[in-house]
Structure formats: C-alpha cells, structure tokens
Design a protein around this ligand. Structure first.
Ligand code: GDP
Ligand code: MG
Length: 598
C-alpha cells in the first residue's frame, strides 16, 4: 500500500488536463505510442466531437522512481465545465492528492478557484502546476505570482510543464510520488470499498467503480451495498488500463472496478459503501447529494416508447449520477419525466445521449428553474418544477426563487460592457478585487433564473472570450415572475410554456412568436401563433399557408375545373384547420430551448 498513489487532475476547462494525462500515460508506458491519440481518455463520441471531458476517467499506471522503487499510480482525469463539477467532487473522494493545472497564458480562472476549494475542503495535497509553457503567449512568472496569491504556496513548489511537448512531465511524476501520501492503512479484518461511479454493460450488468478502502477483494466474494442492501457476487474485477483489465485481486488503497452482474440499474447509488456482510465495517459518509439547477420535462414522441425512455434514463443515471428524474404526465403529451440537470450544457449532453445511445425521439419542454409558491394565508409551500403547472393567477401566493453567488474573473478593460450585462440580468455586485495583472474578480448575487438566461455566453462574448465564471447556489428570495403561454392554432402547447420576469413579458412574448414563425413548417392552412400572459394575448403572428399546387397538371383554359379543384382544396384546409392539428417537429422543440439564437 505504501507504493500506491491516487490523484486527480483538476483545472478550469481547456487548461490541458486530458492532454497532460496523455503524456503521463506515454511516459509510464501505459499506452503504446502508436496507439496514442489526442486526449485518449476522452473516449465517448460526444467528448471527442466537442473536445471536452464529460465523465471522469480513472486509469492505473506503473511507474518506477529514479531510485528503482516501483509504484502504482491511479490517476483520475476530470471534466472542467461547471455543469460536470459533480464528477470532479466524486473523483476527489477517491484520491489523496490533486494536480491543479493552470494555463500559462490564461492564468487563474474562475473554475480554478472552485476546484481548488473542493480539494481544500477534503484536505487533499495540492500540487500546483503551470501548463502550456510552450505557448509563445505563456507568462509563467506572472501566473506563478497569481497561484501564490490564491494558494499561499512557496514558489518552488509550483512546477512548469507542457502537456503538448511533454516538458516537465518526468518531474511531475516524481513530485506526485514524493508529495502525495500513500493511502491510509487498512482495517485488519473485513472488506470495504467506496462506490464513486458506475457503468452499465448489456452483458455484464452493473459495473461499479470503486476506491478500495480495506481488505483484499477476489472473484467470487459475496458482498453487499450497505445503502441499498443489494447483495451481489463479484463476477470479475480489475483495473482501468484505461480499458477494463481483469486482475486476480484488488486491495485496499487501489482504484478499480467490480462486475456485479446486477441487472437492476435503478437501485445503484454513488457514494454507497460496499462491505462484506460476514464482517461488516462501518459505512463511510458518502457524497453530498446534488441539487439539480434546471428542470425540463421529457416526453417520448410516441407513448409506446415510455418504458424505453424510463430504462434509458435509469441506465444513463448510472454513468451520470447528477441526473434526477420523476415520472409525470400531462394531457396532450401523455406520460414522461420531469428531469433535473446541473445546467444547460448538462441538459444538452443528456438529451443528445438519449437520442444517440437509445435511439429515442423526444419532446423536451422549455427548461425552468424551480419556484416555491407560498400561500399567504396558510403558509403552505408548493414547489413548481414544470412551467405549465405554474398558476396563471397568483392570487394570495408569493413566489420565491433561488439566487446564486457568481464569481467572474475578467480583464479590467471590459468592465463597462460587463456592468451593462449585470444590469440586464439583475446582478448586484457584492465584492470586487483586483487580481494580479489588470484583471478583476467580481462577485455578484443574482437570480438563478437570470444566470440561466444565457448570462455566461453573453459575458463571454462581451469580453472577447476573456472572462470566466463560476457560481454556487445562495439563498432564496421573492420573485416577480409570470407565466407565458404559447398557442399554436389557438391551442396552448404546454412544452413551450415559460416562467419569466414580469418586466420582460412583452419582449419575451415577441421573441417567442417571431422565432416560432421562423421555425415552424408551413401547414396547409394559415396558422396563428400567439403568446398569452396575465390573461391576455400580448403577441401574435400568422404563419402563411403552404399552397400546394393542385391545379398544376391542368393547362389551357379549363377555368371551371380549376375553380372546382381550388374550392375543394379550400374545403380540405378548412377541415384540417377545424381539427386544429399542427404537428410540432422535434427539432423545433430543441431549437426553441437553445437560447443562443442559432
Ligand atoms: P482539458 O479541458 O483541461 O482536458 O483540456 P484539453 O487537454 O482537452 O486541452 C485543451 C486544448 O489545449 C487542446 O486544444 C489542447 O491541444 C491544448 N493544449 C493542452 N495542453 C497544451 C500545452 O501544453 N501546450 C499547448 N500549446 N496546447 C495545449
Ligand atoms: Mg479534458
């Protein structure tokens, strides 16, 4: 055990975590050079397409120190985007130390501070590392100063590397072995493991990712999940190389996987402790549960797919424990799920995975944050997660909403456009601090609703991409919001209902009808698109009819036949219109959700 080192690489997005991991894998001979590709640990198609890490990825490496001592190094690469911070926090529970990477040209960014805070809370050893020193724009000396300011570490402790060229990678591994402590000594009896992640394999069932805490594990062991009480026999076990590779045993201090053969994906929970029921050791504290930030109702396009959707969500939740969902049903849409996400990117990735990995066609309602409705007379509190369940008339009810504390780091030169955005998004500055080189840290309080209204993208574009942002949930405060309904051919479409700030009603109503007019395919009849709030229609557009040329095949003068056909077409349109059926294609729902106006 004293020759094991467990650590994560953490950083702001794009500071080079996965690329540096590539170099460490090469250096330790874990992956042969000819099999190497860029960011090899980003194995999911979506990760490769988007160039971001979505899931944490453990990998075991063998390393021989300069004095000849052999070590086992378990590294966990983590995502940098704030929507996936639950992956980071769980990975940190499985390790004794972290490499905190900072990009040599960008310096400390908002998410650097957030992940640093997480590592500190757990009392992990932090190795600060400046990456990308090969860049012509690298300014390692200034970044060193910044790191010193926030960590308070001595300058000599800060390493310089390039994940691209491999410079400094050797010294980094030596520092990992020297500075990060080995895992704590295991209990003399029993077996115990912390579950930090899952995977579902259609042949093997539930595969658990574990940090082994005590004892020796073998194939055939009879174990139990202490929380869910589910029993299983270890069918196979091993390490990540980075693909799963079977081993004879796994022992305390190591990171690896256990194949359980369990088929029921719904029972499994990250943070659970696996113990030996014959010699039960105490359960470890587990993880702080996540609180979803946005909610969206998801319905299968065809009700026949309901069970499939349920299964898909359960399986996805195994590999993405930040999703939560609950069954709901509503008139026109039938049965579906109210689903909670950690942000808009998270929502986008999950819905994309549902489509790709499970081949599902879905209707996704406009996402919303949750609102608490407090009855003025009884004091009774209801939580609304679905916009179309929000009352049209608030009568004696008070609406309470979530606020967040957001931290923005930006070059001081961009302060004036940033102030304008703060004003537009109801953000109040509570603290500012000048930061090393001409940059300012701004701490604001704002409604979560406004943060979700594309705040970060707007900040990014107002600062030519130089600003970074992170946030955390703060208190709840009274909200002045109303419900906005969208009607197509006089029928409300529940999936388009939104809850918005009262002061933005007119603007949002106009935007919604204009955008729908652009997106909705023309029908055989004229379609009215309307927005309704506060009991009246506040915006309206007409989508012209598609004119199918029913007389095209007639030429020459037979005017009476032409008239006859045209009047028949008119009747047909009238009939269709009276049925009021306008089919809204799936892409339209998705495009209406994206508020980036693309
Ligand atoms: P992550 O989000 O922290 O995992 O970052 P990635 O490893 O995906 O890298 C983000 C981008 O930075 C990619 O385009 C990499 O090619 C680039 N990059 C990573 N490390 C270096 C480096 O040391 N030097 C240079 N010049 N580019 C790097
Ligand atoms: Mg990455």
């Amino acid at each position: 055990m004293k020759n094991i080192r467990n650590f994560s690489i953490i950083a702001h997005i794009d500071h080079g975590k996965s690329t540096l991991a590539d170099r460490l894998l090469e250096l330790t001979g874990t992956i042969e050079k000819r099999k190497m590709k860029e960011q090899v640990l980003d194995s999911m198609d979506l990760e490769r397409e988007r160039g971001i890490t979505i899931k944490m990825q453990p990998v075991t490496m063998k390393y021989t120190a300069s004095d000849g001592t052999p070590y086992i190094l378990n590294l966990i690469d983590t995502p940098g985007h704030i929507d996936f911070s639950y992956e980071v926090s769980r990975s940190l529970e499985a390790v004794e130390g972290v490499i905190l990477l900072v990009d040599a040209s960008q310096g400390i960014q908002a998410q650097t501070l957030t992940v640093l805070e997480m590592a500190r809370e757990l009392g992990l050893v932090i190795i600060p590392v400046i990456n990308k020193i090969d860049l012509p724009t690298a300014r390692p000396e200034e970044v060193r100063e910044e790191i010193r300011e926030v960590i308070g570490s001595v300058t000599d402790d800060i390493l310089l590397v390039s994940g691209k060229t491999g410079a400094g990678a050797d010294e980094l591994l030596a520092a990992v072995v020297r500075r990060i402590p080995p895992p704590a000594v295991s209990a003399p009896v029993g077996r115990r493991a912390l579950v930090f992640d899952f995977e579902y394999s259609s042949h093997k069932g539930v595969v658990v990712y574990v940090r082994l805490l005590d004892g020796l594990f073998r194939r055939g062991d009879h174990l139990i999940f202490a929380g869910s009480k589910e029993k299983f026999t270890v069918l196979d076990l091993g390490i990540f190389a980075p693909a799963r590779r079977s081993t004879e045993t796994l022992e305390a201090g190591e990171i690896g996987f256990l194949v359980t053969g369990l088929k029921n994906a719904a029972e499994a929970r990250v943070g659970d402790t696996i113990i030996d029921p014959a010699e039960p050791l105490p359960v470890v504290p587990g993880f702080r549960p996540v609180s979803p930030v946005v909610w969206a109702s998801i319905y299968p396009e065809s009700q026949d797919d309901f069970t499939l959707l349920k299964q898909a969500l359960e399986r996805l939740r195994l590999s993405d424990s930040a999703i939560s969902f609950e069954e709901e049903s509503q008139g026109a849409l039938g049965r579906g799920f109210r689903t909670g996400f950690l942000g808009m990117l998270h929502l986008e990735i999950v819905t994309e995975r549902l489509k790709r990995e499970f081949n599902l066609s879905l209707i996704i309602a406009t996402p919303t944050i949750s609102y608490h409705l407090v009855d003025g007379r009884t004091g009774k509190e209801d939580i609304i997660y679905t916009p179309h369940l929000f009352p049209e008339d608030l009568k004696n009810k008070q609406v309470i909403e979530q606020w967040v504390e957001a931290k923005i780091i930006a070059p001081a030169a961009y302060l004036s456009p940033i102030m304008q955005l703060f004003y537009d998004h109801e953000a109040e500055i509570i603290d500012t601090e000048n930061f090393g080189d001409q940059r300012t840290t701004l701490v604001v309080m704002m409604p979560l609703r406004e943060l979700m209204r594309n705040f970060f993208d707007e900040i990014k574009s107002a600062t030519s991409g130089f600003a970074s942002l992170s946030y955390r949930l703060a208190d709840r405060r009274p909200a002045d919001v109303v419900r906005l309904d969208i009607l197509i051919a006089e029928e409300p479409v529940p999936a388009f209902t939104k809850i918005i700030a009262r002061r933005r009603v007119d603007k949002e109503a106009e935007e919604a009808v204009n955008r729908l007019k652009e997106l909705l395919p023309r029908q055989l009849f004229v379609v009215k698109i309307q927005a309704r709030a506060l009991g009246r229609i506040i915006a309206s557009r007409s989508l012209p009819a598609m004119r199918k040329d029913v007389t095209g095949h007639l030429y020459g003068g037979d005017i009476t036949r032409k008239m006859k056909l045209l009047s028949k077409q008119k009747k047909g349109k009238k009939k269709m219109k009276s049925q009021g059926k306008v089919n809204v294609p799936q892409e339209v729902f998705l495009k209406m959700i994206r508020n980036d106006k693309k």
